[in-house]
Design a binder for this molecule. Structure first.
Ligand code: HEC
Length: 465
């Protein structure tokens, strides 16, 4: 009940404002036109003063609800009390009512302004003008648009392993646009602020919201994927919601350890999350990959430029020296002209990503003799093609998730000597086929689909909480 009264404050305040403004105007109309409306004015002033008292009480209750920072509220609170007193004085002292009504009018405006700041943020009046971000808060780089960025950054600087801050560039803009409204300096719903590293690490009234490496345990992520009608779904029902790629970015950021500073990773969280949707790596798999010492002579600049000009996304292959990863996600038609542009890079290419492509020519892939990792998830790869892929001597990681690969392909898979990690879920492989494969190649980590994305059980989450 007390809560309700508090939450009514933003509505209640409009009554005294409306009534008292009319009373002030009437006082001046009466003075100028020399009419006699004093009894109506007095009635309005009485009504206005009572409404102002009610608004003050509800405002006081709201300020104690914990949603607002005390310091911010105080100015508004004292102006509110002052305005209320002014209305009461005006009711009792008709003699000075012209002067007092002016004071009251100004006080109403000022109180309303500070109240507006609390509700809408300090720059709501001039929202279109960019306000300088206070130094104590994290600055948001101009890279707000990275949310939409699908392409791997292909610039030369990235190839020489430039560091970036995925938090600043990708996570913070999302929090800013979707969460700051209720979780920043102006409001702290659930006693939570999300505008600085320290506050995010501190958590809310239920404790920590971030568990690095574990998205499902982190309320910062798990609340986003609750059903929208769940009380704890964030942002609350009816507010601007995150899209799936924004959710994936936050998930990925937590998965890679929720780094706030710069990381050596050159790929955007968005791209990484696309990959991880297709292949959720069991914790032991990447280490196997990383333990390899991969060193190739660096690619020549012209060759890189030529491939980039064709629209191929190029990034350094993780934990390699000079190795490259090619992604064809932005290529419309994968024809010989495209492959031609990769000729001069064949030695350096250690990874090729052909996710969802229906126009793969396996013969072209065989030119990349150093290939370590091949992503063919949801592509048109067939059992017969696997025979060909056997010719790649260093292929350690192969992603065949969501393809038509069936038991017919097992023989070729078993024969891939270098293979260490295989993603095979949602393919046409039978249970028996899978067992046979596991038996024949116990050294291969087979990811068969236990790691599918599914929203956590709400009840369980509440229990954890
Ligand atoms: C319109 C206001 C509003 C917006 C926008 C909003 N939240 Fe919330 N948030 C709330 C309220 C209210 C609570 C308290 C819910 C409760 O405890 O019942 C809350 C609580 C939380 C909590 C739990 C804190 C704790 O420890 O109890 C987390 C985590 C959270 N929000 C994350 C987010 C994230 C992330 C976003 C942006 C994607 C977001 N919220 C956007 C209103 C909002």
């Amino acid at each position: 009940m007390i809560d309700l009264l508090g939450h009514l404050h933003p509505i209640l305040v409009h009554f005294p404002i409306g009534i008292l403004v009319i009373a002030c105007v009437m006082i001046w109309v009466q003075a100028i036109r020399k009419t006699e409306t004093q009894s109506s004015i007095s009635a309005l002033l009485l009504l206005g003063a009572i409404a102002a008292i009610m608004a003050s009480i509800s405002g006081f209750l709201l300020s104690n609800s914990g949603d607002y920072e005390k310091g911010d509220v105080l100015t508004h609170q004292w102006w509110g009390i002052g305005t209320t007193l002014c209305a009461i004085i005006l009711y009792f002292f008709q003699a000075y009512q012209k002067i007092i009504s002016l004071v009251l009018f100004v006080a109403l405006a000022i109180t309303g302004h500070f109240g507006g700041e609390l509700t809408y943020g300090s720059n709501y009046l001039f929202a279109s003008k960019k306000k300088a971000i206070p130094t104590k808060e994290l600055s948001i780089s101009a890279a707000d648009t990275t949310q939409q960025k699908v392409e791997v950054d292909t610039s030369m600087e990235v190839l020489s392993s430039v560091k970036n801050s995925p938090f600043q560039q990708e996570v913070l803009p999302i929090l800013k646009s979707h969460c700051f409204q209720c979780h920043s300096s102006k409001k702290q719903k659930g006693k939570l602020r999300l505008d600085t590293e320290d506050f995010i690490k501190k958590g809310g009234k239920e404790g920590l919201i971030l568990h690095a490496g574990n998205p499902l345990k982190s309320h910062l992520y798990s609340y986003l994927i609750l059903p929208e009608d769940d009380d704890l779904h964030m942002p609350p029902e009816g507010k601007k919601q995150l899209n799936s790629s924004q959710i994936a970015i936050i998930k990925r950021w937590i998965e890679i350890g929720a780094p706030f500073g710069e990381t050596a990773e050159s790929e955007s969280l968005h791209v990484m999350s696309l990959q991880s949707q297709a292949m959720t790596i069991p914790s032991d798999a990447p280490d196997q990959m990383r333990s390899l010492d991969l060193s190739v002579e660096p690619a020549n600049e012209e060759a890189l430029q030529e491939a980039k000009n064709q629209g191929i996304s190029i990034s350094p292959y993780p934990s390699s020296n000079g190795g490259l990863s090619l992604n064809f996600v932005n290529i419309k038609r994968l024809d010989s002209k495209i492959w031609q542009a990769t000729r001069a890079l064949q030695k350096q290419v250690l990874q090729i990503k052909l996710t969802k492509r229906q126009d793969i020519q396996v013969e072209e892939l065989l030119n990349f003799k150093n290939l370590q990792q091949l992503n063919l998830e949801q592509s048109n790869i067939h059992d017969v093609d696997l025979e060909n892929l056997r010719q790649l001597p260093h292929l350690t990681q192969l992603n065949l998730y969501g393809t038509a690969i069936s038991d017919q392909g097992i023989k070729a898979l078993v024969a891939m000597k270098a293979l260490k990690v295989l993603y095979i879920w949602q393919s046409k492989l039978s249970q028996e086929g899978l067992q046979a494969l596991k038996k024949a190649r116990p050294d291969v980590t087979i990811v068969e689909g236990k790691f599918q994305f599914s929203p956590p059980d709400t009840n369980r989450l509440k229990a954890i909480k």
